[in-house]
Design a binder for this molecule. Sequence first.
Ligand SMILES: Cc1cc2nc3c(=O)[nH]c(=O)nc-3n(C[C@H](O)[C@H](O)[C@H](O)COP(=O)(O)OP(=O)(O)OC[C@H]3O[C@@H](n4cnc5c(N)ncnc54)[C@H](O)[C@@H]3O)c2cc1C
Ligand code: SF4
Length: 494
Amino acid sequence: MGKPTGFLEYERETACVLPPKVRIQNFKEFKIPLNREKQKQQGARCMACGVPFCQSGMMIGGMASGCPLHNLVPETNDLVYTGNWKQAYLRLIKTNSFPEFTSRVCPALCEAACTCNLDGEAVSTKENERAIIETAFEQGWVVPKIPKVRTGKSVAVIGSGPAGLAAAQQLNRRGHSVTVFERSDQIGGLLRYGIPNMKLEKSVVDRRVRLMEEEGVNFVTGTNIGVDIRAEELMKKFDRVILACGASKPRDIQVPGRESEGIYFAVDFLSRVTKKLQDSNFEKIPYELAKGKHVIVIGGGDTGNDCVGTAIRLGAASVTQLEMMPKPPQERASDNPWPQWPKVLKTDYGQEEAIAVFGHDPRIYQTTVAEFIPDKKGHVSKAKLIRLKSETDKKTGRKMMVPQEGTEEVVKADLVLIAAGFTGSEKYVTDAFGVEVDERSNVRTKDGEYETFVSRIFTAGDMRRGQSLVVWAIREGREAARAVDESLMGYTNL
Ligand SMILES: Cc1cc2nc3c(=O)[nH]c(=O)nc-3n(C[C@H](O)[C@H](O)[C@H](O)COP(=O)(O)OP(=O)(O)OC[C@H]3O[C@@H](n4cnc5c(N)ncnc54)[C@H](O)[C@@H]3O)c2cc1C
Ligand code: SF4
């Protein structure tokens, strides 16, 4: 354990965050990390608990508690405290393939489960992680790990999101020949075209892709498997296939007027913005996509928040975010105790920016769209909103959000972004490979396993578990790699 009295001596301190009105001027990351000395003090706050929930990654109350990667949190916090940055880095990469991604975008399940929460504030494990990995890059410790021996076995990974990348990195380092196929023009999955640049700068993704290329991973972009290359052809060429195609089928809002122009799925819109930014080398902001528009974001979750932050950076005239569910409480409810994930109100960066720019929280709870009203040219111009009330279905006993007649209100809407979640994997890929899917269109495997019911085909990430988090995708990618390695070699040391 680092400093036994650290948590009593030092307050939690986190990165300096640029003020909303400053950071919305561009799409750059806006957190300025603590200096290394201050970060060491933050490491000192870790109590090295006997039962470190922070690294447990267990399901408690139906929700994950602690790090799904089982990062060795107390150990790395201690090494940060003692300034042993190289050891901290070596410890961190034992469990985490891409700490530079998680330390930027992870919701920090570790911190929610930190014992310090019981009477104070959590250890800043996520920022400690960022300091470790960025120190390692600065010091030149992150170098390509090229396998000394090749096994002669080949693996095709379909999809280059965090699950596919984690699997590819592990299998390539083990000596198998790995090719990652990506239908998009660039590698990264939702790390590239989903999570906005201000949360994860694309240069951070490029840096890792370059390393993996140097290690020997073969990346093929612009190739849609199941369309450009047939599944059978791929199965003939490769010993194993991992499907890591994500859960990209968006949930739609089927109401009158849906066919109007100006209504987009969130990821399509966010990808377009990132693509335009990348194409201009981040020099031009594509204001034409939202400037002066009244924007409605449907969905109160993280993707919706990314849409709010993006629309504000593009100069939207107003942004309204609709959430079907009631407003969460400020504090944990009695049936949601530590170390469960806290189901409390979170005001994220996009919402903070909306408050700074427009003077109020963009979120309206228990509300949805009943109708989109187009102008004469067929472009959406207004939306009819309706309030929802929680009612219990008499037959099934399930709670439902039911529209309340007479509560309709018409608001301006020139741009609508649907961020209502995802409904699983895409049928053309699962049909092409003949793999089974469950009722949510997630690819089926045996519980806790990664091989599908079709021999030699494995799956990982959102495609297997449904829409989730980067940290889970990395874990699944690593575990799928282990399963593939075992099936190829008869044993595994991954
Ligand atoms: C807008 C948004 C913001 C998010 N923000 C966060 C966040 O802040 N923190 C967090 O932890 N999680 C976040 N998530 C969730 C996280 O991004 C996903 O859980 C994670 O990326 C899933 O990884 P994956 O590798 O399974 O799939 P994906 O990242 O979806 O990658 C799948 C890839 O497969 C490719 N593909 C699909 N089919 C084919 C095919 N037939 N041939 C070739 N390629 C194919 C796709 O083009 C895609 O690139 C966010 C999600 C969204 C949508
Ligand atoms: S990956 Fe996420 S949950 Fe795990 S230690 Fe890092 S920030 Fe915490």
